[in-house]
Design a binder for this molecule. Structure first.
Ligand code: DQA
Length: 152
C-alpha cells in the first residue's frame, strides 16, 4: 500500500490558537483527523509528524527512508530558510508536495520565497486545511501514475 508522510514544521502545533485570520480555527489534531479520513477514502496509508525543530524533522525523514512513497510538507517558517530540511527532502528521492495554510504570496515579502519550492513537485498555498487533503490526493495520483509507468 502507498504510504505518505505528512510533515508539519515549527509552530504548527499551536494551530487553533495562533493567528486565526491566516491559519484558521482548526487545531493540528483536527487537521490530522481530516487528513487521515481522506487517506482512508483514497486507500493510502498516512503518517503525520510535527516538530518545532529542524533536526527532528530531518531525523524523522531519514528514519522513514525506503518506507515512504511521498511527502506532504508544511515546513512553517523553515520554508523560507531551511536548507538542511531541503537537502533531507531531496535525499528521500520520493515526490514532495508543499502546503501552506495561508497564501504566502500575498503576505510579507520574506514569506514569498520558498527554498523548498524547487524540490517539490508542486505547491498549494492559501486554501487552509483543504490544501493538505488536496495535496494528499494529488500525491497519491502521482505515485500511482509513476508506478504504472515503471511497470510498462
Ligand atoms: C505557513 C506560512 C509560513 O510563512 C509561516 O511561517 C508558518 C505557516 C502556512 O501554513 O501558511 O508557520 O507555512
Amino acid at each position: 500500500m502507498t504510504t505518505i508522510l505528512v510533515l508539519h514544521g515549527p509552530n504548527l502545533n499551536a494551530l487553533g490558537r495562533r493567528d486565526r485570520h491566516h491559519y484558521g480555527t482548526l487545531t493540528l489534531a483536527d487537521i490530522n483527523r481530516r487528513i487521515e479520513e481522506r487517506a482512508a477514502s483514497l486507500g493510502v496509508e498516512v503518517e503525520c509528524f510535527q516538530s518545532n525543530h529542524e533536526g527532528a524533522l530531518i531525523d524523522h525523514l531519514q528514519g522513514c527512508a525506503g518506507r515512504i512513497d511521498g511527502v506532504v510538507i508544511n515546513a512553517g517558517a523553515l520554508t523560507h530558510y531551511g536548507l538542511s530540511l531541503k537537502d533531507a527532502l531531496t535525499d528521500t528521492g520520493v515526490p514532495v508536495v508543499e502546503v501552506h495554510l495561508s497564501n504566502i504570496h500575498a503576505r510579507e515579502s520574506w514569506r514569498r520565497h520558498s527554498v523548498l519550492a524547487d524540490t517539490a513537485r508542486g505547491q498549494i498555498a492559501g486554501l487552509g486545511w483543504r490544501g493538505y487533503t488536496a495535496a494528499l490526493e494529488a500525491l497519491a495520483g502521482i505515485i500511482d501514475d509513476e508506478a504504472a509507468e515503471q511497470a510498462n
